[in-house]
Design a protein around this ligand. Structure first.
Ligand SMILES: Cc1cc2nc3c(=O)[nH]c(=O)nc-3n(C[C@H](O)[C@H](O)[C@H](O)COP(=O)(O)O)c2cc1C
Length: 359
């Protein structure tokens, strides 16, 4: 029988979080339908301003806030009783505002990575029901966060996501030279975080494995290896409900294992993507002589001295279907996609009928 997931005051029947996928790849439609099916659906906050109706080219941060509030409202229209949360990246300039807007918009969970969310409990102090979930890639990072949260806010995480840099999509929390070397052990890290929480804090909260979970076998492996649940990104991209253009989903279906690689993001972090067109991504900004249009990231090599490319626009182009100059983030499993299904089908495959009846 399948065990559900309880994070803070919020419970779902299935131990699945849909990973936040920025620049509207996981907007209201995907998050709402995952929540409707009994998982936790996450709206990714980063880059929502660009596709927001109110965006006029100059009001990026106001549009980001409005875009996030709109997506949360629309996600709850799909799943009024679902557990819907926000993925908030520490690396964005408007992080504090994103967290506040998430709380105001009714997010039940905030999952936060791309940096260590050291001040998250302070920002959400007026919203004690909002569950707080840091993303880490090491036990050390979990330790730093717990110590700081306990000392400054008398609070500890409601769950922790352990993201595997060897398989996950998007920005990765590891040095590029250490990725894919075989040194990293995803489930040793999951178990390490779990025992750290238990031994140091007597805390038994879910530790969630993110990265490389595609099918039921992967899910069962993750649970057998000590994870309390999984966070899945890549698999949910190839669903009808995913908010990206069909061409984005088709890029997953068309790609081979060798097309997936690491790129260096202007944020100073490596990222996993379909890497074949990275020169065209870069060349587009050179040709158009684009300058930093929004200042979306706290630290950005493109903002500072036009190194690499403007990442928020590169991701926005792919999300809208420009496969030539758009950057397509993906996990190592993207090449396994062979069709566009539905979120319901993903849940039916992960949890066969007998298990679902038992819920
Ligand atoms: C297209 C795409 C965009 C992503 N964007 C974000 C993001 O904005 N913030 C974040 O914390 N993680 C992001 N991720 C990581 C996912 O949330 C998730 O943790 C990871 O992809 C899990 O691995 P999987 O794709 O193998 O399932 C992204 C992943 C993908 C594939």
């Amino acid at each position: 029988m399948v065990e559900g997931l309880t994070i803070g005051r919020h419970s779902v029947p299935y131990p699945v979080i849909q990973g936040g996928m920025g620049v509207r790849v996981s907007g209201s439609r995907l998050a709402g339908h995952v929540a409707l099916c009994g998982g936790i659906g996450l709206v990714a906050a980063a880059g929502l301003g660009l596709g927001c109706e109110d965006y006029n080219g100059k009001n990026f941060f106001a549009a980001e806030r409005q875009g996030l509030l709109d997506e949360l409202r629309k996600a709850y229209e799909i799943a009024p009783d679902g557990v819907i949360g926000v993925n908030a990246m520490v690396a964005v300039s408007n992080y504090d505002d994103v967290v506040l807007a998430s709380c105001e918009g009714g997010a039940k969970v905030i999952v936060s990575g791309a940096g260590l969310p050291m001040n998250l409990p302070g920002l959400t102090a007026d919203y004690p029901d909002v569950a707080l979930v840091p993303i880490v890639s090491s036990v050390k990072a979990a330790e730093l966060i717990c110590r700081k949260w306990h000392k400054s806010f008398k609070r500890l995480p409601d769950a922790i996501v352990v993201e595997d840099p060897d398989t996950a999509g998007g920005h990765l929390g590891e040095k590029p030279e250490l990725i894919g070397t075989g040194q990293y052990d995803q489930y040793a890290t999951v178990r390490g975080v779990k025992s750290y929480l238990k031994e140091k804090w007597n805390l038994d909260v879910p530790v969630i494995a993110a990265g490389g979970v595609w099918d039921r076998e992967d899910l069962q492996h993750a649970l057998a290896q000590g994870a309390d649940g999984v966070q899945m990104g890549t698999r949910f991209v190839v669903t009808e409900e995913c908010d990206a253009d069909d061409a984005f989903k088709q890029a997953y279906i068309n790609c081979t294992k060798d097309d997936i690689g690491l790129i260096m993001s202007p944020a100073g972090l490596p990222g996993r993507a379909i890497s074949a067109n990275i020169e065209q991504v870069r060349q587009r900004d050179v040709d158009l002589d684009v300058y930093c249009p929004s200042g979306c990231l706290k630290k950005c090599a493109y903002k500072a001295n036009r190194e690499r490319f403007c990442i928020v626009h590169a991701l926005e182009r792919s999300r809208k279907g420009d496969m030539q100059t758009g950057l397509v983030f993906c996990g190592t499993n993207a090449y396994k996609a062979d069709r566009i299904g539905t979120v319901k089908e993903v849940f039916e495959e992960l949890f066969p009928q007998a298990e679902r009846d038992a819920c």
